[in-house]
Design a binder for this molecule. Structure first.
Ligand code: HGY
Ligand code: MN
Ligand code: MN
Length: 410
């Protein structure tokens, strides 16, 4: 028996959250622990409390909103995602998972349904990993993958520490950032952020797993000098060495695997003046693949390329690992709950492996986990052009609601 979420209320709530940090071009600029993040957290707490949920904030800013089940001893079904965004990102990434979880609770209340298992909504801190690395930081701490104090000390590009910023926005809670109760399963709704659902004409994605990834930063130390009179053979140009490696970050994936991807998303060159030979350049690597071996190989190759480039250019270099996430394959029980929901609702679904990282990656280590994907038009994401029609958003949200009820009802 399927239930229908309230499309109008769901879309209205999506529009509401999109206003908080919304940009002129219809995107979202709501960096973790920013003033916009503080406002959307306040908004989320209000929505959850208005739905009669018991809201708690842990020491890492993760927010939880708890709904009783008829059997308090039954493991809790955790449903949610993240409300932080990329710089000038889209309004759906993460937010739709939290709004769909709110809609789940609101629909249960409308229908007077009491589930056997308690249900808890979560808003994870810093899923995006843009301002502070790693990505999925809050869920990673909660899952015991990272040490709280080490993560508190992480700094953003302006040197602000995570802990200072968490305290500044008033979301450093008292509760330890670790499971406070028995959990049964985790479900997360997210946009696909890739082209496959749209290309296959599916209404919704049944996510079977997530790629793993390695992130890191390389710094070359050259010698600043006048770009005019310094003969070419006298130069130690940090940016030339970086350019060599960045080109390889683009080439390495084609030698490794069909789904291997490689990106340099961040670069900083000092002193960054048109007539000074660059002295110090820092840039990042990011490789992803469904298998650990390929990710490890890609990391080894980029470090080898950095060694060669440093020799060629006569510069020193160093690197820092920023993140490692294992690839995961979700539990059949949860994947089937999502697939059954799409069948019951008469949606065309497609099984799909996620190319983006998600908090579900960490939850998989603690409890049975699965995800629902909505279509991403043009596959676009992490850009103000990110777009999913309200129909496609609603299809995915309805799937999540029904899959969660399935898992929460004995
Ligand atoms: O990088 C990712 O895949 C995620 O958006 N943090
Ligand atoms: Mn996301
Ligand atoms: Mn994202």
């Amino acid at each position: 028996m399927s239930i229908e979420a309230d499309r109008e209320r769901f879309v209205a709530t999506m529009r509401e959250q999109a206003e908080i940090g919304g940009t002129e071009d219809g995107g979202l600029h709501r960096l973790t622990l920013s003033e916009e993040d503080e406002r959307v957290r306040d908004w989320f707490a209000e929505q959850a409390e208005a739905a009669g949920l018991d809201v708690t904030v842990d020491e890492f800013g993760n927010m939880f909103a708890y709904r009783e089940g008829t059997d308090p001893d039954a493991g809790t079904v955790l449903v949610g995602s993240h409300l932080d965004s990329q710089p000038y990102g889209g309004i759906y990434d993460g937010a739709m998972g939290v709004v769909a979880a709110l809609e789940l609770v609101r629909t249960l209340d409308d229908e007077g349904i009491e589930t056997t298992h308690p249900i808890e909504i979560v808003n994870w801190t810093n899923e995006e990993g843009s301002r502070f690395q790693p990505a999925m930081q809050g869920s990673g701490v909660w899952a015991g993958e990272h040490d709280v104090d080490e993560e508190y000390a992480k700094t953003d590009p302006d040197g602000a520490t995570f802990e200072e910023e968490l305290e500044r926005i008033g979301y450093k809670g008292e509760v330890a950032a670790e499971p406070q109760r028995e959990y049964d399963s985790y479900l997360e709704l997210h946009i696909e952020q890739g082209p496959y659902l749209e290309e296959s004409d599916a209404d919704v994605g049944v996510v079977t797993g997530i790629v793993g990834f390695t992130w890191g930063a390389i710094t070359f130390h050259g010698e600043a000098d006048h770009s005019g009179p310094t003969p070419m053979q006298y130069r130690s140009d940090a940016l030339v060495a970086a350019a060599d490696v960045i080109t390889q970050i683009r080439r390495i994936p084609s030698a490794l695997g069909e789904r291997t991807v490689g990106t340099t998303g961040y670069i900083d060159a000092e002193p960054n003046s048109i007539n000074i030979i660059p002295e110090e350049v820092t840039f990042t690597w990011g490789f992803r693949d469904p298998t650990e071996e390929v990710i490890a190989e890609a990391r080894a190759r980029v470090l080898a390329e950095a060694e060669y480039a440093a020799d060629r250019e006569g510069v020193d270099w160093e690197y820092e690992d920023r993140m490692w996430a294992d690839p995961v394959n979700f539990a059949d029980r949860c994947v089937d709950a999502v697939a059954d929901a799409t069948d019951d609702l008469g949606y065309d679904s497609m099984r799909i492996f996620s190319g983006a990282g998600h908090d579900a990656q960490h939850m998989h280590k603690l409890m049975d986990t699965a995800m629902v994907f909505s279509v991403s038009e043009g596959g676009k994401s992490h850009s103000e052009d990110e777009y999913t029609s309200w129909d496609d958003c609603y299809t995915a949200a309805n799937t999540l609601v029904n899959a969660a009820v399935d898992l929460a009802t004995e």
